[in-house]
Design a protein around this ligand. Structure first.
Ligand SMILES: Nc1nc2c(c(=O)[nH]1)N[C@@H](CN(C=O)c1ccc(C(=O)N[C@@H](CCC(=O)O)C(=O)O)cc1)CN2
Length: 297
């Protein structure tokens, strides 16, 4: 039995961060200032706090300015919108990111819609999703852009390949499908109501699993030689000692016998998310300064 390749997202992300650091040095030389990223965290969700801390550290590590804004769960929507407006006007800030999820009493769409699209380094604003959908230059959501980078690195030209995206979220599934379409793949979006998901997935040369359900995509669903990108990060109880571990949306151990290549969880897509965020911030900084974006990004 042959075993598929494990795609090392951690190593790819480290190389991307090095390229961003080089690009930042060039930007500082050209403009006399550092690119700046503002991250807004509402509440104290432990996972979100870890991601925000990590974003701050990596922002500084590539030579950018990091601005962190922590607000309590109880913040009102108007106050959050006022903060966003301040950041929109702040010349030191090239990128604004509001860590998701937000507390239930805050309208996520209203907050994202208040971010200046030129500073929307998450690529979630409708202006950026519209630009992406119509094939124009846009700030693109970090996780799907990271997935495309890994796929192109593994497969080269994606043109004509059959791709199935499992999941239809605005953050991953929909932009992922748009990016694959832009690469001339033949794209299907499957979701919780899709009939006979196993046979839909079995058609695919590329499977992107982004449903948020632990190991839902089974190994036998995968067409031999397919490439699988696992976006899921699901914490599950492991054994009797009460400890937990993280698994993806794909049953990786089973899938390895079928795939050409697969991203692991952890260490696959996750690390790409923050590396692409830094890349997007540098791209936004160049655009705001009227400079062309560095060629290798
Ligand atoms: N405004 C945003 N909110 C959220 C986003 C986003 O892109 N923008 N994505 C996720 C969280 N996220 C970054 O914000 C993120 C998730 C996972 C990882 C990561 O590196 N994961 C590791 C495992 C981590 C662990 O052990 O818990 C991995 O997969 O190897 C980075 C960033 C939701 N919110």
């Amino acid at each position: 039995m042959t075993i598929g390749k494990i795609i090392d997202g951690k190593a790819f992300a480290a190389t991307l961060r090095d390229k961003v650091a080089d690009g930042v040095a060039g930007f500082v030389e050209a403009t006399g200032r550092k690119p700046g990223l503002a991250v807004v965290l509402v509440g104290e969700d432990p996972a979100s706090s870890v991601y925000v801390r990590s974003k701050g550290k990596m922002t500084v590590a590539v030579g950018m300015e990091s601005f962190e804004f922590k607000r309590p769960d109880s913040i009102g929507e108007e106050d959050l919108l006022d903060l966003i407006e301040e950041l929109n006007q702040d010349e030191r800030v090239d990128g604004i990111l509001v860590q998701l999820p937000l507390p239930k009493h805050i309208d996520e769409a209203a907050v994202i819609g208040a971010i200046d699209p030129a500073k929307d380094v998450d690529g979630f604003h409708v202006v950026n999703s519209g630009l992406l959908a119509t094939g124009q230059e846009a700030l693109v959501p970090c996780t799907p852009l990271g997935c495309i980078m890994l796929l192109k690195d593994e497969l080269g030209d994606l043109s004509g390949l059959e791709a199935v995206v499992v999941g239809r979220s605005n953050i991953v599934g929909k932009p992922m499908a748009q990016l694959l379409l832009a690469e001339s793949a033949t794209v299907t979006i499957a979701h919780s109501r899709t009939r006979d998901l196993a046979s839909v997935v079995h058609r695919a040369d590329i499977v992107v699993a982004a449903v948020g359900r632990a190991e839902m995509v089974k190994g036998e669903w995968i067409k031999p030689g397919a490439t699988v990108i696992d976006v899921g990060i699901n914490r599950i109880a492991d054994g009797e000692d009460g400890k937990s571990r993280i698994v993806g949306d794909v049953a990786t151990a089973e899938a390895l016998a079928h795939v050409r290549a697969i991203t692991p969880v952890p260490g696959g897509v996750g690390p790409m998310t923050i590396a692409v965020l830094l890349r997007n911030t540098l791209v936004a900084a160049h655009a705001r300064a009227g400079l062309a974006k560095p060629a290798d990004l």
